[in-house]
Design a protein. Structure first.
Length: 77
């Protein structure tokens, strides 16, 4: 699911392995470091990670950030 507003793109990703607030923080920190990202909201209970960025992100860059945090990006939600 991607939605584009005038100056940002919101994309929701599915991430497996998150079980707690610490997991959410780890994923959010890694994705937040990507260029153009303005907001990240990770929810362990659903495995959904909502990312707001200036432009559409390269999914492989997001996958690498999630991998770095120790979790698995399974794709867009």
């Amino acid at each position: 699911m991607s939605a584009q507003t005038q100056d940002s793109v919101t994309t929701v990703y599915q991430v497996t392995g998150m079980t707690c607030g610490h997991c959410e923080g780890s994923v959010s920190t890694e994705i937040s470091a990507l260029p153009g990202v303005s907001s990240v909201k990770a929810v362990a209970a659903t495995g959904l990670v909502t990312v707001v960025s200036a432009t559409a992100l390269d999914e492989e860059a997001v996958r690498a950030a999630v991998d770095e945090a120790g979790y698995e990006l399974t794709g867009r939600a």
